[in-house]
Design a protein. Structure first.
Length: 381
């Protein structure tokens, strides 16, 4: 038989498949309504297993596998349609609609803001680029900054979440999970980081025996320490705190990896500049708020979720974003404390506006039995 004839047969079969698939989806919609009335869940794994078993019991292994894959996809599509039909009045959809309606047109210029560290911290620099006149309250730890926002002591908080050289700030991701539904991301800013070695006036690098800094800064300057194996490294909570410690120390053989701003602020000398491994060193800072705020022009969405222990669960969730036509710019996994080998996934989605399809899918994820958190829809600058 000629190729053209074979293709015509496939076209005819495909036309019949589409008709039957459309009919099946129509019945699936009726099933959704029946489940609404009876309160039964959309996902019925025993029913799905029974269908696959019935369809494959007379097939050879190869074809049985193909049919199993096909019907798992059909089940996924059917569940998505049913969830969409049942999620029109979901709390998440209402929260997003309310936030968009109640958020001001412009990001505030003045606000009380929590930052971790002390005067001169990179979080302060990020804060002053986000707000024209911030009233900054310094927190000792990242957790304290989250708590100050969650408790209403500060309207906003500014915290580092990721560095281009040294990766993610794991503690901040863990706190986003811990404070889920109490904290939302409302802005994001990326700033260049230039680390310098600060010591007391008159000190030379050859005098230095110990260096203090934050673990992220130390990691970003690893090449410097490889070239100076004689220097001991001490981790502290913040680069500005490190500079303050050196300025208050009676020793002349200690130094800090910090910023140019901290040199002037704490009366220290720059012993060496641009210590970072690469000039392309940037840190992203998130601005958090207790309230969900969605400003005009917001183009990024952040979510956190877990997946069931089934083969293909993560791929199934991620592939739906492709179908909707949005791109995932980041996917990060974090272990869940107290649960062996279970992970919470953090994802960032690029989307200019929250389309109805995207809101519907987010609501579908929110309605699953697994954990899901909508962290925010925001602008990154």
């Amino acid at each position: 038989m000629e190729l053209s004839e074979l293709r015509q047969r496939i076209d005819n079969i495909d036309n019949e498949l589409v008709k039957l698939f459309t009919e099946r989806m129509g019945v699936s919609a009726q099933v959704a309504e029946a489940k609404r009335q009876t309160g039964k869940p959309v996902f019925d794994p025993s029913r799905e297993r029974a269908i696959v078993k019935n369809l494959t019991e007379n097939l050879d292994d190869e074809m049985a596998n193909y049919v199993s894959v096909l019907y798992n996809s059909i089940f996924e599509i059917s569940r998505a349609r049913q969830n969409k039909l049942l999620s029109g009045d979901s709390k998440l959809a209402l929260d997003i609609k309310e936030a968009k309606a109640n958020t001001a047109e412009y990001f505030p210029a003045v606000a009380k803001v929590a930052c971790q560290g002390v005067e001169g911290a990179y979080s302060q620099i990020a804060c002053e680029r986000l707000f024209r006149r911030p009233d900054i309250s310094y927190a000792e730890t990242f957790r304290d900054a989250f708590r100050m926002v969650a408790d209403g002591e500060c309207k906003y908080g500014v915290l580092p979440i990721e560095n281009s050289l040294h990766g993610s700030v794991g503690e901040v991701y863990d706190l986003l999970k811990e404070f889920k539904n109490k904290i939302h991301i409302v802005r994001c800013i990326k700033i260049p980081i230039h680390h310098v070695l600060l010591g007391k006036k008159g000190t030379e690098i050859s005098d230095i025996k110990e260096v203090y800094s934050h673990s992220q800064a130390i990691g970003q300057c690893s090449e410097f320490f490889r070239n100076h194996p004689e220097i001991n490294v001490n981790v502290c909570k913040n680069t500005a705190m490190a500079a303050k410690m050196v300025s208050e120390s009676t020793r002349c053989d200690v130094a800090a990896i910090s910023s140019y701003d901290c040199a002037a602020l704490y009366g220290l000398s720059v012993l060496e500049d641009d210590l970072q491994n690469s000039d392309n060193n940037h840190t992203r800072f998130i601005c958090i708020s207790k309230d969900l705020e969605i400003y005009p022009g917001s183009s990024k969405i952040a979510i956190m979720f877990t997946v069931p222990h089934r083969a293909g669960s993560l791929v199934s969730i991620l592939s739906r974003f492709n179908v909707i036509g949005v791109n995932l710019s980041k996917l990060e996994s974090r272990p869940i404390k107290g649960r062996d080998f279970e992970f919470m996934f953090y994802a960032e989605i690029e989307s200019y506006g929250l389309s109805e399809d995207l809101i519907s899918y987010l609501c579908e994820l929110d309605n699953r039995p697994e954990e899901f958190v909508f962290l925010g829809n925001y602008i990154e600058i």
